[in-house]
Write a protein that binds this ligand. Structure first.
Ligand code: SAH
Length: 348
């Protein structure tokens, strides 16, 4: 039988297991306190009796990830490569800022959706991550920050989580939802759902289920005409813009919240006047904002980025049309840690 995963267990299940071991009630809190700090190895849970640590290690999958490499960019960004039990590799990125620190997690090893400008898309699909494999990425970053804190002015406490690493989170929805449960639960990490963002190619049937959870939604739009989007986001052939539009209109939003439409700017491909006019027609101005992402190149990519100055001009033009638009600042480019550069190459 497959062992259950320790990380992501809910409080009641953990308490029941501990009670069955004859342990006092306060043990559940002790174990959860360790997990919340990112300590997954029972051997390091020093306030638990030795015998209990051994039982935890024996009965649960405690840390499903092996850290293989860590790189630090000049701008404070850190990229981590992990190996899963299956042998597949994934990458995780820490994006520090002064007032927040964001962890960008992977939800799958590889991806089936094959967007041609995305490095991960070139890898093919190697499998869904379990909830613990998603959460252990954050735990590993927490341990790394405890061991080797970022210098001032960066913030060392993780405040935001984005599902924008490798893979399509809505294609692994059950595990992503289980991970979000631990992230938001008071007995888990206790992060507000407003600080969690799920980014998707736009799997229409799954969008309704995500809507019930109340996390932030980002859609990889990249083109507002079907012909072009079929090419850039091939799943558009199954869920064309009209269906995506209907799903976005039906997506529940709390007051003052909005949906982000991500738009990677590819020079000469989707950044022309007519493309932007189509974008203005697509956006529902009160509910949706546009985040322009200058293309981050990767080895072998056949696209070029729209120059940053032009990206800012486009944003200003969109704003003049009444569309709220920003340009995403590229981070960690020097270590291939920026959007769409993750590919978890094995060590040479
Ligand atoms: N599969 C999900 C989440 C992962 S990608 C999705 O598609 O939304 C996170 C964002 O990075 C997406 O908007 C994706 O289109 C974008 N992206 C992919 N490759 C990129 C690249 N090379 N440069 C800039 N952004 C890229």
């Amino acid at each position: 039988m497959k062992k259950p995963e320790l990380l992501g267990q809910d409080e009641a299940a953990l308490a029941a297991w501990l009670a069955a071991q004859g342990e006092p009630r306060y043990r559940a809190r002790q174990v959860l306190d360790w997990l919340r700090k990112g300590v997954l190895n029972p051997a390091a849970m020093t306030n638990l009796p030795k015998a209990l640590r051994a039982r935890l290690a024996e009965q649960f999958v405690c840390d499903p990830l092996v850290l293989e490499a860590r790189e630090c960019a000049a701008d404070g960004v850190r990229k981590y490569r992990f190996r899963l039990a299956s042998g597949a590799r994934i990458e995780t990125v820490l994006i520090p800022e002064r007032e927040r620190s964001t962890v960008c997690v992977s939800s799958q090893a590889g991806c089936v959706y094959a967007c041609p400008f995305c490095h991960t898309g070139t890898l093919g699909f190697r499998g869904n991550l379990t909830a613990a494999e998603i959460l252990a990425q954050i735990a590993a970053v927490q341990r790394d920050l405890a061991r080797d804190p970022l210098p001032a002015p960066w913030r060392n406490e993780i405040t935001h989580i984005v599902f924008m690493g490798m893979g399509e989170p809505l294609a692994n929805l059950a595990h992503v939802l289980a991970a979000i449960r631990w992230l938001t639960a008071p007995w888990g990490l206790g992060i507000s759902k407003r600080r969690i963002t799920v980014s998707t190619v736009g799997l229409v049937p799954q969008l309704a289920r995500l809507g019930d959870v109340g996390v932030n939604l980002a859609i990889s739009l990249h083109a507002a005409r079907d012909e072009l989007r079929n090419e850039l986001v091939p799943v558009n052939r199954s869920y064309p813009l009209a269906r995506l539009r209907a799903a976005l209109n039906a997506y529940p939003l709390a007051p003052k919240r909005h949906i982000t439409l991500e738009y990677v700017l590819l020079a000469g491909i989707n950044d022309r006047k007519a493309d932007m006019e189509a974008l203005v027609r697509f956006v529902r101005k009160g509910r949706e904002r546009v985040n322009l992402i200058p293309f981050n190149p990767w080895p072998g990519a056949s696209y070029a980025p729209t120059p940053l100055a032009r990206a800012h001009e486009i944003a200003a033009w969109l704003v003049a049309q009444g569309v709220r638009a920003t340009v995403r600042r590229p981070r960690g480019q020097d270590i291939l840690a920026a959007c769409g550069q993750l590919a978890a190459k094995e060590a040479a």
